[in-house]
Design a binder for this molecule. Structure first.
Ligand code: GN1
Ligand code: MG
Length: 361
């Protein structure tokens, strides 16, 4: 391990290496210095099967973090180092290091004395909404020409529908017969679900920088329990605002679990929906009328896309998502589809909340 971290421009000696059990994608470690005042570091092995262009990925993160840092410094915000991640370049100046086994590594400064939450509450939803709204606000003028799509077509609904159609045609795992009804349900919604991104491609809906993993545990809080820093920047890329708004609603505004075996547990948590919307709209003041008009639709769009992704993986024989049992992707598909149906039922209420929170600003 020393051979790895000594490739980076660290300020002090490392006394201890602690593996961290976070995330399903990369492997993470904390590097502690010899004294408590020393800088400590966050070392990660990047999963380059998923992130195929590591150079571009790291450039994205550099561009985004340096852009935010410059804004915070200019505004005279205190504790900037606790509010934005800092990438430590390797000694050769690259933003990563490739070892002799072909693994890719990167280092950030470890942001000390912070924590995150796993359980959602309306208060937390509000704060997370403010934070992700701020994040997009800070990035409205980031130099996008320097950024790439770290996973091409990641949140592109039409691409995901095409993957589903391919999976149906191949029927690789022989699971189509008993699930044909799901194919029909999903394909009949395809045009509607692809519409906002169609508007984007036609230049009618603006492109924005999204985080693309708007989960509550990607917001760090400091020792005073104030939200301070958004982390997990691997999927930060251009898209439409519906994407981040919708993915938070998909993951947090659900009374059940993402893979809930009991579909009766699943419903839209309207209290969470409202709290996040209120927080988000209080800080994302750059939104245009067309984005506001479609914002609530984002919740349906992301539940739809996740159903399509889980289901296509089920048909393909579980090649992408890790599964705990053979029917897991089917169970996930059913649960996400039920959430979509509940969101369809409550769509007018969701729209009304967005309207109400817009006019309160
Ligand atoms: C994956 O690994 P995790 O939970 O951060 C996936 C997301 C899905 C999510 C569904 C790179 O995220 O897009 O929404 O599973 N990330 C990738 O649980 O595919
Ligand atoms: Mg993630």
């Amino acid at each position: 391990m020393k051979k790895i971290y000594s490739q980076f421009q660290l300020k002090n000696e490392i006394a201890e290496i602690k593996p961290l059990k976070i995330g399903h994608i990369n492997d993470s470690f904390i590097l502690w210095g010899t004294s408590p005042d020393d800088e400590s570091y966050f070392l990660q092995r990047i999963n380059h099967n998923i992130f195929k262009d590591v150079e571009g990925l790291q450039r994205n993160i550099w561009v985004v973090t340096e852009h935010i840092r410059a804004k915070l410094l200019k505004a005279g915000v205190p504790n900037v180092e606790q509010r934005v991640m800092r990438v430590i370049p390797a000694k050769d100046g690259k933003l990563y290091h490739k070892d002799t086994d072909g693994n890719y590594w990167r280092v950030y400064v470890n942001i000390k004395n912070t924590h995150s939450f796993e359980q959602i509450t309306p208060e937390l939803a509000y704060e997370v909404g403010v934070a992700f709204g701020n994040f997009q606000m800070q990035l409205v003028d980031v130099p996008r020409e320097e950024m790439i799509e770290s996973i091409p077509d990641f949140h592109n609904v039409a691409f995901r529908v095409q993957q589903l159609k391919d999976a149906v045609n191949q029927n690789a795992a022989g699971r189509l017969e008993k699930t044909q009804w799901m194919v029909d349900e999903l394909l009949k919604r395809a045009d509607e679900m692809c519409l906002p991104q169609q508007l984007y491609r036609e230049g009618k809906m603006p492109g924005r920088i999204n985080h693309c993993d708007t989960k509550i545990n990607n917001l760090l809080f400091n020792e005073k329990n104030e939200p301070c820093c958004i982390v997990d920047l691997d999927t930060v890329m251009e898209g439409i605002v519906l994407s981040d708004f919708g993915d938070f609603m998909r993951t947090a505004a659900n009374t059940g679990a993402e893979d809930d075996p009991n579909l009766d547990n699943i419903d839209v948590n309207m209290e969470i929906f409202e709290a996040y919307t209120r927080g988000y709209l209080s800080s994302a003041t750059f939104l245009t009328p067309i984005e506001l008009e479609y914002l609530a639709f984002g919740a349906k769009m992301l539940s739809y896309m996740q159903t399509v992704r889980f289901f296509a993986d089920y048909l393909n024989g579980d090649t992408y998502y890790k599964v705990a049992h053979p029917e897991h992707n089917w169970q996930r598909s059913l649960a996400q589809f039920r959430l979509l149906q509940k969101q369809e039922e409550k769509f007018q209420q969701m729209q009304d909340i967005v309207k109400k929170c817009t006019s309160n600003n």
